[in-house]
Design a protein around this ligand. Structure first.
Ligand code: DX5
Ligand code: ZN
Length: 215
């Protein structure tokens, strides 16, 4: 059974309190928050003040995904905003090991996200240090995109690497997760499923989360 992390990016931004209420009452364990800077990805979403506000309404694990350049500048700020898990991109960090240590030293779980085009080799030395690897199954920047099927094989290979290392690192899969493909994604080795469009654009988000959870 995977951890379900609905992504607030697909919620109605005029009703964020309602979105938090819904998630609080659902079987989702985490709330996924996508921060975009218009540089690392071709879109801008929301940042620190919005996350601080959401934190007050949200009772679930605050899973912050930074799609920003130089994320190390904001580690403390996201801790103060209420992040429990802080994920940075391998492609955005010159000193990834240092960033991970810093995130952990502040009492957060450290995640590393990897884009579809980046080979797993880029993570080989870091796997044992990260609490979570976020495998991007779409090119980051937008919700509602189609799952890239080649990701399934990447998840399987990452799972093997984690087992080989004897690490406890969780695999999160982010982008294009649907009711239809979730079984294959979990079978491939995912521990955490991020779902934006599938949850927030369904007729009954709570039932959809329940369905994803039952996989
Ligand atoms: C994409 C974001 C995802 C996004 C997922 O850049 O990192 O978290 O919200 O949305 P869906 O599930 O709609 O693909
Ligand atoms: Zn994300």
């Amino acid at each position: 059974m995977a951890i379900i992390a609905p992504s607030l990016l697909s919620a109605n931004f005029l009703q964020l309190n309602d979105a938090c209420d819904m998630i609080n009452h659902s079987e989702a364990e985490w709330l996924h928050l996508d921060v975009m800077d218009g540089r690392f990805v071709p879109n801008i979403s929301f940042g620190i003040p919005v996350i601080s506000a959401v934190r007050k309404a949200n009772k679930k694990v605050c899973d912050v995904h930074l799609m920003i350049e130089e994320p190390e500048k904001f580690t403390q700020a996201f801790k103060d905003a209420g992040a429990d898990v802080l994920t940075v991109h391998v492609e955005a960090c010159n000193h990834l090991h240092r960033n991970i240590q810093h995130i952990k030293s502040l009492g957060m779980k450290a995640g590393v996200a990897i884009n579809p085009h980046t080979p797993l080799e880029a993570l080989k030395e870091i796997i044992g240090f990260a609490d979570l690897i976020c495998v991007m199954s779409v090119n980051p920047g937008f919700g509602g995109q189609q799952f890239i099927n080649a990701t399934l094989n990447k998840i399987e290979r990452l799972k093997n690497l984690i087992i080989q290392k004897g690490a406890q690192t969780l695999i999160e899969v982010d982008g294009g997760v649907t009711i239809k493909n979730a079984t294959d994604i979990v079978k491939a080795g995912a521990d955490v499923l991020v779902a934006g469009n599938t949850v927030f654009n369904s007729n009954d988000p709570i039932a959809t989360i329940k369905l994803l959870k039952s996989i």
